[in-house]
Design a protein around this ligand. Structure first.
Ligand SMILES: [Zn+2]
Length: 535
């Protein structure tokens, strides 16, 4: 099949998701990342509707993009007005980008009920706007809003809007399932009807309200569409837009449709995680292809199958999308999981049955004390390392003390009470003992600060490690304030995320264990990464 153009609208439609707000700097960084991935078109925003997007397009002129073309988005001219003086169209031209996407109505009911103008005037608005932009020498894509709903209610009028857009010179007609309620069969039928009408390049823009956005996009491609619009991680208003992180590998690996090179495809997981960081959202572990659980195996039977034949329980090789297989370790799992995981992290001596049995018993013992390694693979890795007789930890805890104090502020600072936490940490690095004190807004924060204060003197690059998630669970088996608590910490260095666990009847100790594991794990990995270059 013919190649497919990838059109990303994370910066415009994706930013419509509840809780997402990108700054101009974020948007520039994301655009750069999408270019690295090899996305063909990046929709940067709506300059006619907000000053932030005007600033984005101004600053984007200094970006060096090697694969992507920036696109500015706006609507057709206002009813009963002239295209030449329409503020929104002028703002689009002012961005200086070469590709413009114009959204116009394709549904009769939307024209009469929402736009409140005549069907003829809507057609003129489409024609005038496209002609105006084409006369400026620009490439113009037409987003046919509510196309599929419009086609269902009045196919003649919906097709008419596309016919006038074609006559006016549109370079692509993107059919939109704006309300996201269409099913794949309906998409196929409508796209085929359009294909008979025009030879212009067709695009598809779907929303996920019926959880069909990806399926609908693929159905449209099979029916003759060659531009797909979507967002990274499926971000978007309501239930989101079509998820490019699923569409891209489906096109390339399942449908053999060219859209990215193999090397670019292998960046997909990294790009997905990078953009969720930018959106200040925890990467969704359960996303197909790019989620950290997408290739996770827990059941002992599956793992013993995987050892014999890697593809026995996975639909693709995770490396193709830059992801990796993860074998989860838990008390439910068998010896096979332990052997597999230990091997994966390069445990020097191949674990023989007996040694694996010993490690499995230790895991089970710790799990009975509240530790859980399913989602704390970094802590598990440390467990394996610590089992080695020659293991040298990058630091060791000697002792710590945390003071929590409730203080009354001086009257000048209003009569407010404040909580103050202070931690004193003593650690041993090699033969050296380091002693640090730090304050924090809570006891865990104070401990974190004090520990970092000590370690940063020796390992300055540790500054890039951030705690991205902190969860406390009270374990159901125990009662009241005597409860065993489990702390799960997720950390990131901006490139990779890892998870650690701590458990204790004391929440501070549980937090400390997870925190110390997180930093120890990162330092260990840095050491391992550096090894080949120092020889
Ligand atoms: Zn949309």
């Amino acid at each position: 099949m013919a190649p497919v153009q990838l059109y990303d609208t994370t910066l415009r439609d994706g930013a419509g998701q509840e809780g997402i707000s990108f700054s101009v700097v974020d948007k520039l960084k994301i655009a750069q990342k999408l270019d690295e991935l090899g996305i063909h078109f990046i929709e940067g925003g709506m300059p006619g509707s907000n000053p932030k997007d005007i600033e984005f397009f101004r600053k984007a002129q200094s970006l060096t993009l090697s694969h992507s073309e920036l696109v500015a988005f706006g609507s057709t001219r206002r009813a009963k007005a002239k295209a030449e003086t329409d503020a929104n169209l002028l703002a689009l031209v002012d961005t200086g980008v070469k590709v413009i996407t114009i959204v116009g109505k394709s549904s009769e009911l939307q024209v009469t009920h929402v736009l409140e103008t005549t069907l003829e005037e809507n057609l003129s608005m489409i024609t005038d706007s496209i002609r105006y932009l084409k006369a400026k020498g620009l490439t113009v894509f037409f987003d046919a809003e509510h196309f599929f709903d419009g086609f269902k209610a009045n196919p003649r009028y919906a097709l008419r809007t596309l016919a006038v857009a074609t006559e006016a010179g549109a370079d692509c007609l993107a059919l939109c399932d704006t309300n996201g309620g269409t099913l794949p069969d309906e998409i196929t039928g409508a796209v085929k009807a359009v294909r008979e009408l025009t030879n212009v390049l067709l695009g598809i823009h779907t929303h996920n309200d019926a959880e069909m956005a990806v399926a609908n996009t693929l159905a449209a491609v099979s029916a003759g569409v060659s531009q797909v619009q979507g967002t990274i991680n499926g971000y978007g208003e309501r239930c989101g837009n079509a998820n490019l992180c699923s569409i891209i590998p489906n096109l390339k690996l399942k449908m053999s449709i060219d859209c990215l090179t193999d090397v670019q495809l292998a960046k997909l997981t990294e790009v997905s995680h990078y953009i969720s960081e930018m959106a200040n959202l925890i990467p969704d572990a359960f996303l197909p292809y790019v989620g950290s659980s997408a290739f996770g195996h827990k059941a002992g039977l599956h793992v013993s199958g995987l050892r014999k034949w890697t593809d026995s329980y996975q639909h693709i090789d995770p490396a193709q999308v830059g992801n990796q297989q993860r074998v989860l370790v838990s008390e439910l799992s068998g010896k096979a999981n332990i052997i597999y995981r230990a091997k994966e992290i390069g445990f020097d001596l191949p674990l023989r049955g007996k040694e694996a049995q010993k490690l499995l018993e230790q895991v089970k013992l710790l799990e009975s004390r509240g530790f859980q390694y399913d989602h704390a693979e970094a802590s598990f890795e440390l467990l394996v390392h610590r089992a080695k007789p020659d293991y040298q930890p990058p630091f060791e805890l000697v002792d710590f003390m945390v003071v929590i104090e409730k203080r009354r502020r001086p009257p000048t600072k209003r009569n407010l009470e404040e909580m103050l936490s202070e931690a004193i940490v003593k650690i041993k690095v090699g033969v050296e003992i380091m002693h640090t004190v730090a304050e924090g807004n809570g006891p865990v924060n104070a401990l974190d600060q004090a520990l970092r204060k000590a370690l940063l003197q020796l390992y300055p690059s540790l500054a890039q490690v951030r705690l991205v998630d902190y969860k406390v669970r009270i374990l159901e088996e125990s009662i009241g304030t005597e409860s065993q608590v489990r702390v799960l910490i997720e950390s990131s260095d901006g490139v990779k995320e890892w998870r650690t666990v701590g458990s204790s009847t004391n929440i501070i100790e549980a937090s400390w264990l997870a925190l110390a594991d997180s930093l120890e794990y990162w330092l260990l990995r840095q050491k391992a990464l550096k090894k080949p270059s120092t020889k």
